[in-house]
Design a binder for this molecule. Structure first.
Ligand code: FE2
Length: 297
């Protein structure tokens, strides 16, 4: 597929938007992407799924710490296009309850570096311009994922901070979350706690040792999120939600008949230290992919 089929938006944040991001920890820009761009990404993902052989791997994605199991397939996915199933995808006999296209939780974590179309979208100069406006000196993409939030079985994602899973010193993670389809209260839109990023990072998910498959969750700060402070972030198709790495957020299970596809890119500042304990490590030790230089700054 030619990458010039992707129509990219332009975006220059206002002073108020930048202030909102720093004060609240997130920023919503509704209907930023042309609908056609969402459709092209979605249909390209459909093609990738058609070429996936589910008999080769059955890795399930969950954010539930009690049942989380890290496996080699997951740990090796930083620079691959890997497929992770929904927890509820299989029946008691281990067979898929529904078609493969409706069974995948997410695809990641190297779409931005391994797939030509997602690379063109993810590394576009418009994003480096935005990230620089938010204070990043040298923005680089480190992780990407296409999230399906499948109808009926799309699993809950517990309240978390993205910097738990992607840590830099000093803190620099920013998430760019794109609604490929409309995200509603019914199909599992994002929820977050405005200003919650100011509490600081509560936990770190680390490899027990560099190169180890074993991981551990390390508590940095004892704090219980107050669910009554959660606000829903339903957004139309094509919207961008920018998330500070310490912004607490979640999404509930999708029990509706509508999927809620989203694509997320996580960026870090190359000027910051990227520890070997982060689970996400590229096999060639180059985890960071620079964005194209902004043209508007
Ligand atoms: Fe997240």
């Amino acid at each position: 597929m030619k990458t010039d089929t992707l129509a990219m938006p332009s975006l220059q944040l206002t002073a108020d938007q930048i202030e909102q991001y720093h004060q609240q920890g997130y920023l919503v820009i509704e209907s930023l992407l042309p609908a056609k761009t969402c459709d092209v990404l979605k249909s390209h993902m459909g093609n990738l799924l058609q070429n996936f052989d589910p008999t080769t791997v059955r890795s399930v994605f969950t954010t539930n710490e009690q049942v989380r199991h890290t496996d080699q397939y997951f740990m090796d996915s930083a620079d691959k296009v890997s497929f992770f199933f929904e927890e509820e995808a299989f029946d008691a006999q281990g067979e898929l309850r529904q078609s493969l296209e409706l069974s995948i939780n997410k695809v990641g974590h190297g779409l931005h570096s391994q797939d030509a179309l997602f690379k063109a979208f993810s590394l576009d100069a418009v994003w480096s311009g935005v990230l620089q406006q938010l204070g990043m000196a040298q923005p680089a993409a480190v992780q990407s994922m296409y999230i399906f939030k499948q109808p009926s079985i799309g699993g809950e994602v517990n309240c978390h901070q993205d910097s738990t899973f992607l840590f830099t010193q000093p803190m620099s993670v920013i998430g760019l979350w794109f609604a490929i389809e409309e995200a509603t209260l019914e199909n599992g839109c994002l929820w977050g706690i405005p200003g919650g990023h100011k509490i600081g990072l509560l936990k770190r998910f680390e490899r027990c040792a560099p190169d180890a498959i074993e991981t551990k969750m390390v508590t940095i700060k004892e704090h219980q999120w107050d669910n009554s402070e959660l606000v829903a972030l339903p957004v139309p198709k094509g919207s961008l939600v920018i998330l500070n790495g310490e912004f607490p957020h979640l999404s509930y299970a999708n029990r509706s008949s509508q999927s809620r596809h989203a694509y997320a890119i996580h960026a870090v500042d190359q000027a910051c230290h990227y520890p070997q304990e982060n689970w996400l490590q590229l096999s060639n030790q180059q985890h960071l992919v620079p964005f194209a230089a902004p043209t508007n700054i």
